[in-house]
Design a protein around this ligand. Structure first.
Ligand code: NAD
Ligand code: TDX
Length: 339
């Protein structure tokens, strides 16, 4: 089988490529990635010499480049991770989110129609369902929960999801969609909560918690997400949406405190800063469908996953130190100075 993985130089796509090449030796894996600020070739260094692997630098919005690749590789399956993924950046500059997340999805699916594939899989997010109130712990997102987005990021992901379902209904494209909760693990770009707090704590820098830190996220170890996607592309039903999450809800402040504890750093580093605009309160996935239909369950408990993640950041300092020493500094100043 030949599989195109878009956005494979990013956090989850990179982990997926590592997972997939180990799990399915002999399958051909092509990574298509534009290498935006969030894409890192160093994430793919361990597989660059693998004869089953090829890296191609291109924009998913570039129809000509995408078609050329389809013509060369004749993929059976396309898994689309490529996206602008950071909510805070979408609040500053929505346009690139609409471009990559919606138009890029359209261009990829057009190529799938033209050349023929057995599956197009869209990697989506629980954020398309909006948020849940903190005082209703009995409520969860199911696949039937209405789309109700908050940020330009989640709106662009929801727009893409609707387009994917429309391509199935209108053209019969064999699609699936997964909507996952917050991931954490190795190769996570340090603008996101967990890696940002680890990097700052290790550098004895303030730990900027938005608002009161009471917002709740449902954290899943990235490898569990990769396994879910692999199951969906093999055994999932065409035209269906699958929610992916591990019933592991935590308040932001509790995560930051835990990171301080694990690293032996003082909680006095914690600094409360101005809240994110339109900040979603709580995400919580009901994963009953993927469990019942595909037998998926998360394997890594948060207590173990966060230890493994912190260990990875301690052992791979060159990976994230190189990132935070570059353009990232301008980003950090813009987002956090005088916040
Ligand atoms: P990321 O920001 O770490 O990586 C995105 C990758 O896409 C980068 O390698 C980047 O270079 C590439 N890319 C961006 N624009 C591109 C374009 N126009 N053409 C080609 N490549 C492009 O993102 P991530 O956290 O790994 O998320 C991957 C996917 O999973 C996204 O679709 C995101 O919406 C979704 N998702 C993420 C999470 C999470 O917790 N991180 C949770 C649920 C769903
Ligand atoms: O410095 C920070 N301080 C802080 O309090 C940052 C970066 C975040 N936060 C808060 C905001 C959120 O409540 O932490 C929580 C997690 O924030 P992010 O890591 O930015 O993730 P989130 O906004 O929840 O979105 C993530 O999960 C869903 C991914 O970035 C999305 O791509 C995915 O769709």
């Amino acid at each position: 089988m030949t599989i195109i993985v878009t956005g494979g130089a990013g956090f989850i796509g990179g982990n997926f490529i590592h997972y997939y090449l180990k799990k399915h030796p002999g399958d051909r894996v092509i990574c298509l990635d534009k290498l935006t600020y969030a894409g890192n070739l160093s994430t793919l260094k361990p597989v660059m010499d693998n004869p089953d692997f090829r890296f191609v630098r291109a924009d998913i919005c570039d129809r000509e480049a995408v078609e050329k690749l389809f013509e060369e590789e004749k993929p059976d399956v396309v898994v689309n991770f490529a996206a602008e993924s950071h909510v805070d950046r979408s609040i500053e500059n929505p346009e690139i989110f609409l471009q990559t997340n919606i138009i890029g999805t359209e261009v990829l699916m057009d190529a799938c129609r033209k050349y023929g594939i057995t599956r197009y899989h869209q990697v989506s997010t629980d954020e398309v369902y909006g948020d849940l109130p903190l005082d209703r712990p009995d409520l969860f997102f199911t696949e039937k929960t209405p789309i109700h987005t908050s940020s330009p990021y989640s709106s662009s992901k929801a727009g893409a999801d609707l387009l994917v379902l429309a391509y199935h209904r209108t053209y019969g494209l064999p699609v699936t969609i997964s909507r996952c909760s917050n991931n954490y693990g190795p190769y996570h770009f340090p603008e996101k909560l967990i890696p940002l707090m680890i990097a700052n704590a290790l550098n004895d820098k303030p730990l900027p918690v938005y608002g009161e830190g009471v917002n709740v996220r449902d954290w899943l170890y990235v490898e569990d997400h990769c396994r879910a996607i692999d199951l969906i592309i093999r055994n999932g039903k065409v035209g269906e949406v699958y929610n992916v999450g591990g019933h592991n809800e935590m308040k932001n402040i509790d995560i930051v405190r835990l990171i301080c504890k694990e690293l032996g750093k003082p909680e006095s580093l914690i600094t409360y800063v101005t809240d994110r605009k339109g900040h979603d309160m709580r995400y919580a996935i009901d994963p009953t469908k993927i469990h019942n239909e595909l037998g998926w369950l998360p394997e890594t408990k948060f207590a173990d996953g966060i230890k493994k993640t912190i260990k990875w950041y301690l052992e791979n300092k060159e990976w994230w130190e190189e990132i935070i020493s570059g353009e990232y500094q301008n980003y950090y100043e813009k987002m956090y100075d005088k916040r």
